[in-house]
Design a binder for this molecule. Structure first.
Ligand SMILES: CC(C)(COP(=O)(O)OP(=O)(O)OC[C@H]1O[C@@H](n2cnc3c(N)ncnc32)[C@H](O)[C@@H]1OP(=O)(O)O)[C@@H](O)C(=O)NCCC(=O)NCCS
Length: 319
């Protein structure tokens, strides 16, 4: 038994917010700085009342419609998020309730920007074991809530959004291989180091990052894990049709493609219009490239994540 992606959906809240819009809102930055260092031109920001489960709901409805399934058909719901609605219950349970599904296995995965590849790999293992047949895998984030809007080095980089896929049991292979890694020794270079105790936030509730350390780490592990995943499936990197790395920074994407000896024409890029949407970035990019007809049946697609933890991983698809 194998698992295959049979439906994809994405959702971005509100209108695009440009770098100039951020400067107009009082952030000491410029379009020239952000574009030249990151490739980011726009991001979407959730309204005050919109939570991760609200964004996940819209993306999930679209993925279910694309798969031709109802929410009641699902027996597994996995949500990757680092910006959950509540401490508990999980965002997966809240999404389940909003979808009107009763009884499916539902839980969250927290692997920050690698969350979607972690969640997809877990769903693949559930489905291939035969215990579950129809899974919904979602990456949903409202990173705007954990940004320090007075820290120009981080607040310009991130955006909000959600992407979802339906994964079904199949006799033909869809997910060819996957690899997941973490090294907690690097937890300090990207973190939100606060906690809640006695009704108060203890420590710092905002995202903090050593940008240059993250940059170097990301480029190295994205190339390594893609290679590992290719080797596991017996696929040469040159035979990949599409590479969809986590959309953190155009320079990270370019450096990864260069290390893998892939032309940028094979890399799906959304970071210019979405910013870094953490666990949502990979399914949002996959959704865009499938809907606009770039990714078609029969192609080989490598999905890759890297993020806080540090965590990293990849999933190779025969689409
Ligand atoms: C964040 C990042 C763009 C910063 O680029 P950098 O070249 O390392 O820039 P630095 O942090 O050294 O800052 C250079 C200067 O720009 C300034 N600067 C920082 N953010 C700025 C902004 N938004 N607008 C204008 N100037 C800014 C800094 O204050 C600094 O000024 P100084 O030299 O006067 O002190 C880059 O390190 C990066 O992309 N890292 C990876 C981040 C990432 O993708 N994280 C998520 C991974 S999941």
């Amino acid at each position: 038994m194998f698992s295959r992606i049979t439906g994809i959906g994405g959702f971005l809240p509100g209108e695009p917010v440009s770098n100039d819009d951020l400067a107009r809102r009082g952030i000491d930055t410029s379009d020239q700085w952000v574009t030249s260092r990151t490739g980011i031109r726009f991001r979407h920001l959730a309204e005050g009342g919109q939570s991760a489960s609200d964004l996940a709901l819209e993306a999930s409805r679209r993925a279910l419609a694309a798969a031709g399934l109802a929410a009641s058909d699902l027996d597994l719901i996995v949500v990757a998020t680092s910006t959950p609605d509540f401490i508990f219950p999980s965002t997966a349970c809240l999404l389940q309730s909003k979808l009107g599904n009763h009884g499916a296995t539902a839980f969250d995965i927290q692997a920050v920007c690698s969350g979607f590849v972690y969640a997809l790999t877990i769903a693949d293992k559930f489905v291939r074991s035969g215990s579950h047949r129809r899974a919904l895998v979602v990456g949903a984030e409202v990173f705007s809530r954990i940004l320090d809007w007075s820290d120009r080095a981080t607040c310009v980089l991130f955006g909000d959004g959600a992407g979802a896929v339906v994964v079904e049991a199949s006799e033909t292979p869809g997910i060819l291989s996957s690899a997941l890694h973490a090294d907690g020794a690097h937890h300090g270079i990207l973190s939100v180091p606060g906690s809640i105790c006695g009704g108060k936030v203890i420590g710092d509730p905002f995202l903090r990052m050593d940008g240059q350390a993250v940059f170097k780490f990301a480029v190295r592990v994205l190339a390594e894990v893609a290679d590992e995943c290719c080797q596991a499936a017996g696929v040469a990197p040159a035979d990949l049709d599409w590479l969809i790395p986590h959309q953190a920074n155009i320079r990270i994407l370019e450096a990864t493609a260069k290390r893998m000896k892939l032309p940028m024409e094979k890399v799906v890029v959304t970071v210019d219009r979405h910013g870094n949407t953490s666990a949502a970035s990979v399914p949002l990019a996959l959704d865009e490239a499938v809907r606009d007809g770039r990714i078609v049946t029969g192609q080989k697609v490598m999905l890759e994540g890297v993020g806080g933890g540090f965590t990293w991983g990849a999933v190779l698809l025969a689409f």
